[in-house]
Design a protein around this ligand. Structure first.
Ligand code: TRP
Length: 378
């Protein structure tokens, strides 16, 4: 789309809600329709709020995974994180959703940490990236992932198995494809041209190890779609299934436009923000779907769907009955913006303090979550 850039290394800040269906069409993926949601609900019993709120709104071949699953064939999940800095709430949301999927389907999950990628594309040192890698892994694991079925792959540490598979992929990926898809130039470093081959490996790694095809479902933000579009082209050429995908919108920043960004501390809530900071950020910066004055809000009500505080409340409040009531009351004007913000800050602070507690328990056990090829050999 003119002017809009959505790719792994560059995201326009002007992306708006109404752009998403157009983007998905242009990318060649599909929207998740009500029929597919019903089908998911039959298997999972309930629907995660990120599905009902359409934060995860699109897919590639999700139906194929479900077809296979209903025939008794297991699949596995794969997602990842580029360790470019400390994590904020927006970074964690895809992992919250992935954990929900893992718990519902009881399947293996690979989490790739692309330290190599961040070295290639960002101006930061490997030392800094290593530190981020350790911190980010702890933050992710503090969500409480299933230890038996969660496997973290740090690219630079699992380089042997990744590289041996990545070259199979790279042999089928031409520089002209990489140029066309990512808009790479001759002046870009060659590592960028190669990198998709690394990010594609976990999408077929379990099939490669087991020597038989196992389906892979990848939850990711729409900015990662280019890598997986290429992977879907190339994997059948190597004899593997095309990976399936469940795709989210980008997390909006506190201010409502663009996405949460680590480089602007006021655009995001960091996992180590204390209670007062969270309250202050929500009160001062959160984009409100409410009216300008109390009187107007009482009379006309708010638009909760665009309201940052409400969206965080919906994402993090465990009691979804309460969330439905808040939605109705905020929309009708019974709840004011300030009240919504207070409910939201409370939910965020409870969530963050839970994370911090679990983080303490997990320290010292991180090694137990690291990828080990022997656990997948039949
Ligand atoms: N490239 C992603 C990033 O910069 C990290 C990543 C690797 C990833 N594998 C993935 C994200 C699979 C989603 C799904 O954040």
């Amino acid at each position: 789309m003119e002017g809009l850039k959505i790719n792994p290394w560059e995201v326009s800040s002007e992306i708006k809600e109404q752009d998403y269906p157009k983007l998905i069409k242009e990318f060649g993926a599909k929207l998740i329709d009500d029929k597919l949601l019903d089908r998911l609900k039959k298997i999972t019993g309930d629907l995660h709020p990120f599905l009902t709120s359409r934060l995860f709104f699109a897919h590639r071949d999700l139906d194929v995974v479900l077809d296979d699953y209903s025939k008794g064939n297991e699949f596995y999940l794969y997602t990842g994180r580029g360790p470019s800095g400390k994590m904020h709430l927006g970074h964690l949301l895809p992992f919250i959703f992935t954990k929900w999927l893992q718990d519902k389907f009881d399947v293996d999950l690979l989490i790739q940490i692309t330290d190599d990628e961040k070295y290639l594309v960002k101006d930061i040192s490997m030392d800094e990236i290593r530190k981020n890698t350790q911190d980010n892994i702890l933050d992710i694991l503090s969500l409480g992932f299933n230890k038996e079925r969660t496997h973290i792959i740090v690219d630079s540490e699992q380089s042997k198995i990744l590289y041996n598979n990545a070259i199979m992929f790279a042999k089928k990926l031409t520089a002209s494809t990489a140029k066309a898809v990512f808009g790479l130039k001759d002046s870009d470093n060659v590592g960028k041209y190669f990198f998709t081959s690394m990010q594609a490996v976990p999408a077929f790694l379990l099939s490669a190890i087991k020597g038989r095809n196992v389906r892979c479902l990848i939850p990711y933000g729409i900015d990662q779609d280019d890598h997986f579009k290429i992977a879907r082209d190339i994997l059948p050429k190597l004899g593997y299934y095309k990976p399936s995908a469940i795709i989210s919108k980008l997390m909006p920043s506190l201010q409502g436009t663009g996405k949460m960004s680590s480089s602007d501390p006021n655009s995001a809530i960091f996992l180590d923000d204390d209670e007062e900071t969270v309250k202050k950020k929500i009160n001062k910066y959160a984009f409100s779907g409410g009216r300008d004055t109390k009187e107007e809000q009482r009379k006309y009500g708010a638009n909760p769907d665009v309201d940052f505080a409400f969206n965080m409340y919906r994402a993090l409040e465990p009691d979804q009955g309460k969330v439905s009531r808040a939605y109705a009351d905020y929309k009708s004007g019974k709840i004011l913006s300030g009240e919504m913000k207070a409910m939201s800050s409370d939910a965020i602070n409870k969530f963050l303090s839970g994370l911090r507690e679990r983080k303490e328990q997990i320290k010292g056990h991180v090694g137990e979550y690291m990828f080990d090829v022997n656990r997948f050999k039949d």
